[in-house]
Each structure stands twice: as structure tokens, then as C-alpha cells.
Design a protein around this ligand. Structure first.
Ligand code: AMP
Ligand code: SF4
Length: 471
């Protein structure tokens, strides 16, 4: 494996979703519905590890929640506490060995771990741990964290967790489960979302609040940046911090693309922020047109806002085949392009002879926009104006969101006018950085993929970004 492959291998921990339950009778059922409502965060694999307070049970597999779990294997997970994971990965990231949660057997007590996010110093830590005798089974950051936890078995568990968290850098929402406690941990930059709710005398924790509604839980609060929240089997809860300095750097792409519209991220509803982004976009980049069309489903909210503000009627000019997975799930560019064709069709009776404004939430490689402009023109649109409800993506994400590498990012290489020509639109405009902050009702958040101002030191990740000589 060469250096680049190795770095790529290390970068397996893409978006993903985590969900946990403690002190709820038949937790396995809550887990099933919780993970199902986080399915949009990852469709490649999923798993649950549960405990009855003595033994651990696990079911993991590749595929969707409905494919991996059934009433028989859920019965085997019968428990009062559990953690689970849905997994997303890019090319090379597949394989059952990377499906979480991981169950670690140890003389000091078994424990399970899963996480969402990406560590930027995983390569350095792995190398260091291997030099001192650790052997890894997977390429996951969770395994690195587990080895750090167990480096000094004399330490009390809380202190071991703190010390381990202080060695890792990057974006993470970790859940750990031993036979007595659930540990909930969020990075000091709060890059990945993580929230807490109560349910039937117990607690649930989830990457997104949409899962609470589904399982009938009541939202309590978001996990604080740098927090270690421990809940034991008697319901006692202790909040501790591993870092003194914490930052409000929640990922902007969670608002823009990744989270479900019915989730609230740090108090702001995702649909509402996307709608507001559409309104601001209509003010920042107005256009004379006959119809506003959305790209199903991720830009629906933004186009409602754009249409409302611009007073241009919005219509369903594009239709999506629901039975094709998300475009990005296809591993190669050729497959991705095929995926877009299979996924979307334009409706001629709506767009023919019209000046169309099409709203998308983001433009990454331009694959989708290019296809959409062509689809609309083939269906008879007179003009096609593309409006993107986020700023140009000029830098790759090192925190676990698959926004691609410099090489593939159109806005890293071309001006807006050059991109307009590439996608063959009559006009193209993006939302400003100030616009996205305003839409999300925030003063601060991670906008690194739009401006290159990464909130952490980058360690090996900078080499990955640097590989085509930029940065
Ligand atoms: P592209 O076709 O490469 O320009 O990607 C843009 C399209 O992919 C948009 O329609 C987005 O809704 C979607 N998208 C943006 N970011 C991601 C991501 N990290 N993973 C999967 N899809 C994405
Ligand atoms: Fe999110 Fe972009 Fe920051 Fe990555 S770089 S965490 S995608 S805002």
C-alpha cells in the first residue's frame, strides 16, 4: 500500500450516525427505530452492541438497517442498554471489519465503541501505538481510541477516557458502553452533532434529533463541546469536560446537506435554516424567470425559500426515482454519473418553453448540476439558471464529510464563470458565507470547505490535501 492509499484508508470514517440507549426496557427495539431514522447518514453498514449488565451481544452487517436486522436477531440483542451505528464510506472503505460498533474484550472489562467523524491525527497515533505493540483489526478511528483507552490499565476509567480524548484531534461524537455505563463524548470543536433525550425513565442519545420524535423520546439538550457525559445503570448522570477551551464549530454541511430537515441542530431547525438560505440567495442573486425548480430532495427547503422571496412560482420540474441510493454512494465517477441519470428526470410539461431557476443545496464535483441542466434543456427549458444554497466548496473536508479532494472539487480549480460554462447554465450563483451564517442563525460554525480555515491543526490530513500541490 503506498502513502496515498494508506492515507485514504485512514480516512474511512465518513459521515455516519450514532445512537445509544440506556435504562430502557427492550432497548433493542428503540435502537432499531433510532438507527432507521439516521439511515440517511450512512447506508453501507450498521450494527448494534447491547448489554444486559453482564454479557454483551452484537449484530452487525453490511447494508441498510432493514436488511441487517430482523425480529430474530433483534431478540438476541434483548437488553437495557445499547449503542449502534450507521456507516457511510467512500471507495475503499467497505468491508464488514469496519462496521461499528466495535466490541473489545479486555481483562479490565469488555466495552463497545462507535463514533461519527474523522480524526486528523489518526495516522500519527496509529503509528505510535503500533510501535508500542498494538495490533489493529480495522482502519477505524474507534479502534485507535480503544487502544488509547487501554494503554494504561492502572488508570481509573474516567481519567483514561479524558487522557485518550486529549490525545485525539478532529471531529468526533463517540459512544462507549460497558456493562454499567454509557459514555457520551463530543469533540471540543463540536464539529459533529450529538443530542440527548429522555425516554421511559431512561435516556437516548443520537447524532440527530429527528430520531427522538420517531422513538417517542423528549429532547433534553445537545451534548456540550468537549463534554464527557456518563449515565450509569441506576440513572445517575455525570457531566465532565476533557478540554477547558471549547469552540462553536458545528459543521455547516450538516445544515446544508447532511442532516434531515426535521432535525434541530443546536437549537435551529434544519428545514428552517435551508428555507432561510433560499430566501437570502434570492436576495443576493435574483434572476428573472418563470419557474423555480428544486433538486429532490435535499434542496426542497431552499427552493421553497427562494420561490417565496422571489415571488416566482415553484413547481416540481424534476422527479426522483426513490429506489436509487444517494448519488455519492456510487464509488466511481462513472458509476456516479450513471447514478444521476437513473435517479432524476425532468418533467417537460412543467419546464418546456420556460425560463427555469434550479436550486441545489451544494455543488461539489458538478456531476449533478451538469446532468440537471442537460435534463432541463432536453425537456424544453428556454433558459436554465443555477442557484446554489451554499458557498463554493473550494477545500476538502478533513473532518469526515465526503466533499471530495482538491482534484475533484470544481470550485477549487475554476471561477464561478468557468463553472457556469462547464455545467452549461445560463447563469450560476452561490450563497455567500455571511448568508449561510445568517440562515443558520449563527455567528460561528465550521466553514472550512468554503474558506480553508480549518479549526484544528491538520497533522497527516494536510499531506492528503497537499497531494496535488495545493494549499
Ligand atoms: P456534485 O454532483 O458532485 O456537484 O454534488 C452535488 C450534489 O451532491 C448535490 O445535489 C448535493 O445534494 C449532493 N451532496 C453534497 N454533498 C454531499 C456529500 N457529502 N455526500 C453526498 N452527497 C452530497
Ligand atoms: Fe463540515 Fe465543511 Fe467543516 Fe467538513 S470542512 S466539517 S464539511 S463545514
Amino acid at each position: 500500500m503506498n502513502e496515498i492509499d494508506y492515507l485514504y484508508q485512514d480516512k474511512l470514517n465518513e459521515e455516519c450516525g450514532v445512537f445509544g440507549v440506556i435504562n430502557v426496557h427492550n432497548s433493542q427495539e428503540v435502537m432499531y427505530y433510532g438507527l432507521h431514522s439516521l439511515q440517511h447518514r450512512g447506508q453501507e453498514g450498521c450494527g448494534i452492541v447491547s448489554t444486559d449488565g453482564k454479557k454483551f451481544f452484537q449484530v452487525k452487517g453490511e447494508g441498510l438497517v432493514t436488511e441487517v436486522f430482523n425480529e430474530y436477531n433483534l431478540k438476541e440483542l434483548q437488553c437495557e442498554a445499547a449503542i449502534g451505528h450507521v456507516r457511510y464510506s467512500t471507495s475503499g472503505g467497505g468491508g464488514i471489519e469496519n462496521v461499528q460498533p466495535f466490541l473489545f474484550r479486555h481483562t479490565t472489562g469488555d466495552f463497545a465503541l462507535c463514533h461519527n467523524g474523522n480524526l486528523v491525527n489518526s495516522k500519527e497515533l496509529r503509528r505510535e501505538l503500533e510501535i508500542h505493540g498494538s495490533i489493529f483489526q480495522s482502519t477505524s478511528d474507534s479502534e485507535i481510541f480503544a487502544h488509547l483507552l487501554k494503554k494504561d490499565t492502572q488508570k481509573d476509567r474516567q481519567q483514561a477516557i479524558k487522557d485518550a480524548l486529549n490525545q485525539i484531534e478532529g471531529a468526533f461524537a463517540f459512544l462507549a458502553l460497558d456493562n454499567e455505563k454509557l459514555y457520551i463524548m463530543r469533540d471540543k470543536n463540536s464539529l459533529r452533532p450529538l443530542s440527548l433525550a429522555k425516554l421511559n425513565g431512561g435516556y437516548v442519545v443520537s447524532s440527530e434529533t429527528c430520531a427522538f420524535e420517531v422513538v417517542g423520546a423528549t429532547f433534553i439538550r445537545d451534548i456540550y463541546p468537549g463534554e464527557i457525559l456518563t449515565i450509569d445503570k441506576f440513572g445517575k448522570m455525570i457531566s465532565d469536560r476533557y478540554a477547558e477551551k471549547t469552540y462553536d464549530n458545528l459543521c455547516a454541511m450538516e445544515y446544508i446537506y447532511f442532516s434531515r430537515p426535521d432535525s434541530d441542530l443546536e437549537g435551529k431547525n434544519v428545514h428552517a435554516s435551508r428555507k432561510e438560505a433560499g430566501k437570502i440567495l434570492a436576495r443576493e442573486a435574483p434572476v428573472e424567470a418563470d419557474v423555480v425548480v428544486w433538486v429532490p430532495d435535499s434542496s426542497t427547503s431552499a427552493s421553497i425559500g427562494f420561490a417565496e422571496e422571489s415571488k416566482i412560482p415553484s413547481e416540481m420540474g424534476l422527479i426522483k426515482n426513490k429506489y436509487v441510493g444517494r448519488t455519492f454512494i456510487q464509488p466511481s465517477q462513472a458509476m456516479r454519473e450513471k447514478g444521476v441519470k437513473m435517479k432524476l428526470s425532468a418533467i417537460p410539461s412543467i419546464v418546456s418553453g420556460k425560463r427555469v431557476v434550479v436550486i441545489d443545496d451544494s455543488l461539489v464535483r458538478g456531476t449533478t448540476s451538469k446532468k440537471i441542466v442537460k435534463l432541463l434543456r432536453d425537456a424544453g427549458a428556454l433558459e436554465v439558471h443555477m442557484r446554489i444554497a451554499s458557498p463554493p466548496i473550494t477545500h476538502p473536508c478533513v473532518y469526515g464529510v465526503d466533499t471530495s479532494t482538491y482534484d475533484e472539487l470544481l470550485a477549487a480549480k475554476y471561477s464561478v464563470e468557468e463553472i457556469r460554462k462547464i455545467i452549461d447554465a445560463d447563469s450560476l450563483a452561490y450563497l455567500s458565507e455571511a448568508g449561510i451564517l445568517k440562515a443558520c442563525g449563527r455567528k460561528k460554525m465550521c466553514l472550512s470547505c468554503f474558506n480553508g480555515k480549518y479549526p484544528t491543526y491538520l497533522y497527516h490530513a494536510i499531506k492528503d490535501i497537499n497531494k496535488d500541490g495545493k494549499f
